[in-house]
Design a protein around this ligand. Sequence first.
Ligand SMILES: C[S@@+](CC[C@H](N)C(=O)[O-])C[C@H]1O[C@@H](n2cnc3c(N)ncnc32)[C@H](O)[C@@H]1O
Length: 224
Amino acid sequence: MIEDIVQQYDKFAKTFVEGTDTHNAISRKEYYTMLIDIAMKGKTILDVGCGDGYDIKLFEQQGAHCYGIDASNELVRLASDNTQANIITGNMEHLPYEDQTFDLVVSKYALQASTKVPQVLAEMDRVLKPGGTMAYLAVHPLRQFLEKKKHPKDYFTQEIVTSVFFGGTVSAHEPTHTMNEYLNPEFLSKYRITHFSEHGDFPSSEKVNGDTYPCFFVLKAIKQ
Ligand SMILES: C[S@@+](CC[C@H](N)C(=O)[O-])C[C@H]1O[C@@H](n2cnc3c(N)ncnc32)[C@H](O)[C@@H]1O
């Protein structure tokens, strides 16, 4: 599974880097607005599924010490060129960092690529310091439900779906998830959610069946 995901990102790394600025304008705004009240200066930050390091560069400009991990060698190479951060190739399901290392653990548009979201969240929790902040943006489970092709659709069974985004220029195969995988009991027992919102993103993504629905959600939470 991870090999398939990586291969697709390696393959469209260039398109992704060139297109993300224009196509992801809505989701970027929501994500950065959520992060705006976090003082980055001097903080140690991990970006999970960091892609080409676009976000890390912004965090560095605000004085953060940054780390990034991504499964795509090609994107890690670009991120290493783009930033001063410590960027490594790896799998977010097994983060190669010590417990309680980071003040802030963030992720944008990456968590849904794993078949094991609760495990990834548990790993992000493990490496986050108590009192630290976890913040992420992920593809909305409702969008993934609508992308299911089998009939009748089953929200609760994981399936690989094809998401069309970047105005139709890129499509990615990703496993579907339920909202309960993100808001799972272990996560809820340890975190105080301070921000949650869901949004459409139609200019950049396919409007499935012409329906109106949330394409992504953003969440920010403090580790108790
Ligand atoms: C849509 S891109 C988002 C990149 C970046 N966060 C951004 O917002 O521009 C998803 C990223 O997740 C990475 N990814 C997918 N599965 C992964 C895994 N299991 N471990 C680490 N990274 C993964 C991909 O290589 C890709 O760079």
